[in-house]
Design a protein around this ligand. Structure first.
Ligand code: ZN
Length: 132
């Protein structure tokens, strides 16, 4: 069974904490022990794990990614959102986390995030829980 989480993003670039919604998907799967794949089927968004306490970490990640994938005039992609595509590839489209006792296993300061790079849009995150 695949479950889908929908996120309506507001700004052009922002982090959305999906940890509790992924946890709900794991609970609904009924799997007690296994792994959970969290997958973002978009080319200008990403799924990442990072700090869930200090929001300035998210701001700094956006700042750092902006340095790695700056706005430039010589990109060839005509849609004009090449920095968003670059950032999506830098963070990646998926995360795999362990599941134990029916819950995702994360570090104390870790959260799962959908990261929007070209919003506002309606984004989907696919969750697949595998027993094992
Ligand atoms: Zn594009």
């Amino acid at each position: 069974m695949i479950q889908t989480i929908t996120v309506k993003t507001r700004g052009r670039e922002a982090f959305y904490d999906i940890t509790s919604r992924v946890q709900e998907a794991v609970a609904q799967s009924g799997v007690e022990e296994g792994i959970c794949l969290v997958f973002c089927p978009h080319t200008t968004a990403a799924v990442t794990l990072n700090e869930n306490w200090d929001r300035t970490v998210q701001d700094d990640l956006c700042l750092g990614l902006g340095s790695l994938a700056p706005e430039r005039r010589d990109y060839q992609h005509l849609e004009g959102n090449s920095p968003a595509h670059l950032k999506s590839s830098l963070l990646g489209a998926s995360q795999v986390v362990p599941v134990s006792e029916g819950r995702v296993v994360l570090g104390k300061w870790q959260g799962l995030y959908l990261v929007e790079f070209d919003g506002p849009r309606e984004r989907r995150v696919v969750v697949k829980v595998v027993e094992g």
